[in-house]
Design a protein. Structure first.
Length: 426
C-alpha cells in the first residue's frame, strides 16, 4: 500500500478532515490527529489509517464484470452546420465523409438496447453529432419508436440530446418537452466570445441563432433539464461566459477544456493550461461564495462533484464508456463513446451482431485506473477515474495537476457547505 495514494488530509473553514481514497469517505479530525496522520502519510506510514479501515476494499485491482448495456448515443448526423476550430469530431465526420444515420439503423439500435433490459429497468437513448438536428426526421421517428417499444417491454426510456440549437423548430421543443429530455446546448458565452470560436459554415456568428433556438423552449415547451456546455479555449474569460449563460436561465452551466482542439491557437496547452487551471478555481471560489450566501449559482462542474462526494462516489473508470454506455455511428458500428467513433482500439462491435462483450471486457481490464500510470499512486484516482479516454489517447495524461487542484477545492467546498448549507445534501 502506498500511503499517500490512499488518503489525504485537508482543511476547510469547518476544520480538519481526512479523505480516504477507497470509498471516497470523509472524516472530521481534531488538529492533533490531522497533524499526526498527515505526517505519517508523508513518511509513507499507512498504519496511521488503521482506525479508518472498516473491512475489505471497495475497489480491488481486478476489473469488474462487464456491466449490462443500458445507454447509447446515436450519432444520427456525422455532419455539422458549424465550423468550430476546436471540434474533436472534425465537424462530426471523425476524419471520414459526412453521413446521416437512417431510420432503420436507429430503430434497430434502440430495439437491441431495450431487449437487453428487464421489465422495470431504465435505458437512455441520446442523440449526438455533428449536429443531430440535421437529421430531424430520424430523431423524431426514433423517439416515438423507442417510447412505444419501451412501453411494450415495461422498460423506461430516458432521452437526451446535445445540440448547437441553431436549427431548433417548434416541433422539436414540443417533442423534447413531451418526453422529458435532458438537453445540452453547446454555447461558449456572450455573442462576442461565442461567435469568435463558433462560426457557422460559410461564415457568420451563431449566438443570435442559438438565442432563437432557446426561444423555442420558452414558447413551445421546456425540456426536463436544459443545460449549457462551454468549450473552454486558450485565453477564454470563463467567469464571463459562466455568468452570461447562467443569466440566460439554463438549469446548469459547465465547461470542459479544449485540450485536443484542432486549431493550436484554441488548444488549452502550455501556458494556456496553467491559466485555465487558475480560471477554473476562480470560478469555483465564486460559486462557493454564492452558494454559502444562499444564492443560486448552477455551475455544474462544482455541483456534480459535490453530489458525488456526498454519495461517496468511487470508481476505477472515468465514465461508463465501453461499459454500460456505447455509441453507435451512422452505419451502426458500436464504439466506446461518442468521442471515440472510429478511433483505433475502441470499436465495441456493431448493431447487427450486438455489443462485443470480449472487447468490452478487454477495454475494462486494460484501463482500470489502478493499472494506469501515474494514476495508481494518486489519491484522486477513484474520483477522476484516469481521465477521458479520448483525451488520454490523443495527448496522454498532461493535466493531472489541474484535476487534483480542482478535486482538492471540491473537497473543501463540500466540507464547508455541509455545515453552512446542509439542505444542499438531503
Amino acid at each position: 500500500m502506498i500511503a499517500a495514494a490512499e488518503a489525504r488530509v485537508f482543511h476547510s473553514d469547518a476544520g480538519a478532515h481526512l479523505f480516504l481514497t477507497d470509498g471516497s469517505r470523509i472524516y472530521d479530525l481534531d488538529a492533533a490527529s490531522a497533524a499526526r496522520i498527515d505526517a505519517g502519510l508523508a513518511a509513507g506510514d499507512a498504519s496511521v489509517l488503521a482506525d479508518f479501515i472498516d473491512g475489505p476494499r471497495r475497489i480491488g485491482p481486478q476489473p469488474p464484470a462487464v456491466p449490462a448495456w443500458r445507454a447509447v448515443s446515436l450519432n444520427v448526423a456525422q455532419a455539422c452546420n458549424m465550423a468550430c476550430g476546436y471540434c474533436y469530431a472534425d465537424e462530426g465526420r471523425f476524419g471520414g465523409r459526412p453521413r446521416l444515420m437512417d431510420a432503420e439503423v436507429a430503430r434497430r439500435t434502440v430495439d437491441v438496447l431495450i431487449a437487453a433490459a428487464a421489465p422495470g429497468e431504465s435505458v437512455t437513448v441520446g442523440f449526438m453529432g455533428g449536429e443531430p438536428m440535421l437529421n430531424r426526421a430520424v430523431v423524431h421517428d426514433t423517439v416515438r419508436h423507442a417510447a412505444a417499444r419501451g412501453d411494450a417491454a415495461g422498460v423506461r426510456v430516458r432521452f437526451s440530446i446535445t445540440t448547437n440549437a441553431t436549427l431548433l423548430a417548434p416541433e422539436d421543443a414540443a417533442l423534447f418537452a413531451a418526453h422529458d429530455f435532458t438537453v445540452t446546448v453547446s454555447i461558449d458565452g456572450d455573442a462576442a466570445q461565442n461567435d469568435a470560436q463558433r462560426p457557422m459554415h460559410g461564415g457568420g456568428g451563431s449566438h443570435a441563432r442559438i438565442l432563437r433556438g432557446l426561444d423555442m423552449f420558452a414558447r413551445h415547451g421546456r425540456p426536463a433539464h436544459l443545460s449549457a456546455r462551454i468549450t473552454a479555449t486558450a485565453g477564454m474569460d470563463l467567469r464571463a461566459a459562466l455568468d452570461h449563460l447562467i443569466g440566460l436561465g439554463f438549469d446548469s452551466v459547465g465547461f470542459s477544456a479544449a485540450f485536443t482542439a484542432r486549431d493550436p491557437m484554441l488548444r488549452v496547452s502550455g501556458p494556456a493550461a496553467l491559466a485555465y487551471r487558475h480560471a477554473v478555481l476562480a470560478c469555483g471560489e465564486h460559486a462557493l461564495a454564492e452558494l454559502r450566501a444562499g444564492r443560486r449559482y448552477p455551475f455544474s462542474n462544482l455541483h456534480v462533484a459535490l453530489q458525488e462526494l456526498h454519495r461517496g462516489t468511487h470508481r476505477p473508470y472515468p465514465c461508463g464508456a465501453g461499459g454500460a454506455y456505447l455509441s453507435a455511428d451512422a452505419a451502426g458500428g458500436l464504439h466506446a463513446c461518442h468521442r471515440l467513433v472510429d478511433a483505433p482500439g475502441f470499436n465495441m462491435g456493431d448493431i447487427a451482431s450486438g455489443p462485443d462483450d470480449a472487447k468490452r471486457a478487454a477495454h475494462l481490464a486494460q484501463r482500470h485506473v489502478d493499472r494506469a500510470e501515474p494514476c495508481r499512486t494518486c489519491w484522486a484516482r477513484y474520483l477522476c477515474g484516469g481521465g477521458c479516454y479520448q483525451e488520454v489517447a490523443a495527448i496522454g495524461r498532461t493535466h493531472c495537476d489541474a484535476i487534483r487542484d480542482w478535486l482538492a477545492f471540491c473537497l473543501r467546498a463540500y466540507a464547508e457547505l455541509s455545515v453552512s448549507q446542509p439542505e444542499m445534501f438531503p
